[in-house]
Design a protein around this ligand. Structure first.
Ligand code: MN
Length: 350
């Protein structure tokens, strides 16, 4: 029997979804190593992948812009890729490196014809120097926040320095005063942890798994270390849909209540997630994870990002354009929240 079709509906074209992507990396132009095998091993990725991503990371004019155009990304907020300044153990190298990188980035933003904004790098090996550079980067260079690649490595000290350490309090204060957020980006755990967790299973290091517990642990140190009690206006951004925390927050808080150490911040983890923490979609284009984050923190605290050059901006774009959420949430996530949090609404026409 022949099918009897009904006429196809007239299709109203969906408007192009404006996008601001906020975890988009570049490489230090002074980083000229060709030993991609060593870098690839740290990240638990193939050498060919690392080689290609480093080429993508050094490009500002062609491939990057083409991918942004194809993805419908109006603005990429650029940041120095990990390990960044945080791994520069030598004090002088770190302090001068941050200035050099910020000047380089400011130049790319100026040349970018409105397509780029920037997150500053700072040398937290020296808190005073980091504050001075943060103020210069925000006030003079127009940076919209700071990106910190995990714990800070200082001199010969083998211990990682996490940002709940009291030595960083003045820096948190400066961030709140300048009203800019801190984007806490993953980095590989210290060698002892990597060795314990991934020896013989190196494929699980890096973005596959190792980055998430490292960065989630750092975040829990901030929360339960009272950073947001001491600096209630401070705003933290986490990539990769919150590094597992939106999914795990209830159990963490539940178990925390039994801690015998008399460690008690004033609020629950879920309250800090609502008051001080934002998550982005970088490298995590998955609707189940998005909906978990929506239910945990609400649509005002989720922001679009792709994680260029390590992931594919067009995949991120096609996904957010069709994710099963309301149009108003989609607009907030794609660009509205970034305009608000990073002050980019005002800068659009600047
Ligand atoms: Mn990244």
């Amino acid at each position: 029997m022949a099918l009897i079709p009904i006429p196809a509906p007239g299709a109203a074209a969906a408007p192009t979804l404006r996008k601001i992507a906020i975890e988009e990396h570049f490489q230090d132009p002074a980083f000229t190593t060709t030993d991609y095998a060593a870098v690839a091993k740290l990240g638990g990725v193939e050498v060919g992948f690392m080689e290609a991503t480093m080429r993508r990371a050094r490009d500002f004019n062609s491939s990057r812009i083409e991918e942004m155009d194809e993805a419908g990304i109006d603005i990429s907020v650029l940041s120095l890729t990990a390990g960044g300044i945080e791994m520069m153990r030598d004090h002088g190298t770190a302090v001068s490196g941050a200035r050099r990188i910020n000047d380089f980035l400011a130049e790319r933003v100026r040349e970018g014809g409105g397509r780029f904004q920037g997150f500053a790098s700072v040398a937290l090996q020296d808190t005073d120097a980091a504050i001075t550079e943060l103020e210069r980067a925000v006030n003079d260079l127009g940076m919209v926040g700071v990106m910190v690649n995990g714990y800070i490595e200082i001199g010969d000290d083998p211990q990682p320095h996490y940002l709940d350490d009291a030595r960083f309090d003045a820096f948190w204060e400066a961030l709140a005063e300048l009203n800019v957020p801190l984007y806490l980006h993953p980095k590989p755990s210290v060698p002892a942890v990597r060795d314990a967790w991934f020896r013989g299973r190196e494929e699980l290091a890096g973005a596959t798994w190792g980055f998430a517990p490292e960065t989630a642990t750092h975040t829990l140190r901030l929360v339960y270390g009272g950073v947001f009690d001491r600096h209630p206006a401070a705003q933290l951004i986490l990539g990769h849909m919150g590094e597992t925390l939106p999914f795990f927050q209830w159990r963490i808080q539940r178990a925390f209540e039994y801690n015998p150490y008399n460690a008690r911040p004033t609020k629950r983890l879920q309250d800090y997630l609502s008051d001080n923490i934002h998550v982005t979609t970088s490298g995590h284009f998955n609707s189940q994870a998005l909906i978990t984050s929506l239910l945990t923190m609400g649509s005002d605290r989720i922001l679009f990002a792709s994680d260029y050059p390590y992931d594919i901006a067009t995949d991120a774009a096609r996904w957010i354009e069709s994710a099963p959420i309301s149009e108003s949430d989609r607009r907030k996530i794609a660009y509205g929240n970034a305009e608000e949090l990073l002050g980019l609404g005002d800068k659009k026409d600047a």
